[in-house]
Write a protein that binds this ligand. Structure first.
Ligand code: TRP
Length: 336
């Protein structure tokens, strides 16, 4: 049976938070258990470099993000788990793909467009102020990530769907030019439930809103974050609506159906906000207790994480070289 490749990149620009856990990490790990698929997950350190230029921080985030995924159950014998920059074939392909990418396609990419718009809003005369070429061609590198591994499926959040469509467009331009199906045409896999995970202020949990709950932060920090969740002024004993409560929504993400039903009933019976927050805190702490211990051991042993990523890169490069042989022959180059 031919397995289909499922691939996703994780940008190491911060520590993973609960929104990442529920929206990306848990679904991706579940998908890696599907025998019909071959999973490739990688730390996208080159993409991070478009914004993160602190060497120590980039290195630390790379290892901590990798440790987080492993601690939460990513099994390196089921997933080709690697660091993007350990696969140099990516750059050969990136250039080649750039030659098939209409410049206008990059002009329309969301992240670039947003920068242009910001500049216009603040009255900056140069629409491209603050935009480096890496940011501008970000979607080409991402297309190379995807097409190099002959990817069918790309699990991503809604904000990345356009990038996967761009990768598919570029693959089609290339295949059409040479009249050969060299590249697999990738498709985005979006969380069907389309859940928005609320942050501690009730808006979507996101680094840019500073409202996240870190997965493995110190536990007093976790408590402080939860205390910050705004509530209405209803007193203890007054019935509360679970559906409009951020506390309830967060609880449900890490609870069994029975625990959720019980918490729901307590809301209707008028639980005090303070008790509700305490219960959310203990549920989260319990949910994360075992992974937290694994995480602590892993970050103490960076060599072990590096070893896993190195091994993943070797496997990724096997496939990358296979793709590059076909690409080189197709465009009229020699094999090396
Ligand atoms: N751009 C993605 C993000 O910001 C990360 C990423 C890089 C990626 N390369 C990828 C995702 C390839 C999927 C496939 O989240």
């Amino acid at each position: 049976m031919l397995q289909q490749v499922v691939l996703t990149g994780i940008k190491p620009t911060g520590l993973p938070h609960l929104g990442n856990l529920v929206g990306a990490i848990q679904p991706a790990i579940a998908m890696s258990l599907d025998n019909q698929k071959r999973a490739f997950y990688f730390i996208a350190d080159y993409h991070a470099l478009t914004t993160l230029k602190d060497a120590q921080l980039l290195k630390a985030y790379t290892l901590q993000v990798a440790a987080t995924w492993i601690a939460l159950g990513l099994n390196p014998s089921r997933v080709v788990f690697y660091r993007q920059s350990d696969v140099p074939e990516l750059f050969e392909l990136s250039w080649i793909l750039a030659c098939f990418t209409p410049k206008g396609l990059m002009n329309r990419a969301h992240a670039y467009k947003a920068s242009v718009q910001r500049n216009a809003e603040i009255g900056e005369g140069d629409v491209d102020a603050g935009v480096n070429v890496g940011l501008y061609t970000y979607p080409v590198l991402m297309a190379a990530d995807i097409l190099l591994m002959q990817t069918h499926w790309v699990p991503v959040g809604g904000d990345q769907v356009q990038h996967v469509e761009i990768a598919r467009d570029i693959a089609q331009y290339f295949n059409r030019q040479y009249q050969r199906a060299v590249f697999v045409l990738p498709e985005a896999l979006i969380d069907k439930q389309g859940r928005v995970i609320p942050g501690v202020d009730g808006r979507k949990m996101s680094k840019s809103y500073n409202n996240t709950i870190p997965i493995f932060g110190p536990s007093d920090a976790l408590r402080k974050r939860i205390v910050r969740i705004p509530t209405d002024s209803s007193a203890p004993g007054e019935p509360k609506d679970p559906e409009t409560s951020t506390i309830f929504h967060l609880f449900r993400l890490v609870a069994t159906p029975e625990q959720t039903a019980d918490f729901h009933a307590q809301f209707l019976a008028g639980i005090a906000w303070k008790d509700a927050k305490d219960q959310l805190f203990s549920r989260l702490a319990q949910h994360l207790a075992a992974p937290r211990e694994r995480y602590r051991d892993l970050v103490k042993d960076p060599a072990m994480i590096e070893g896993i990523l190195d091994h993943g890169a070797e496997q990724a490069r096997d496939l990358a070289q296979d793709t590059m042989r076909r690409v080189r022959l197709t465009i009229g180059q020699n094999l090396r």
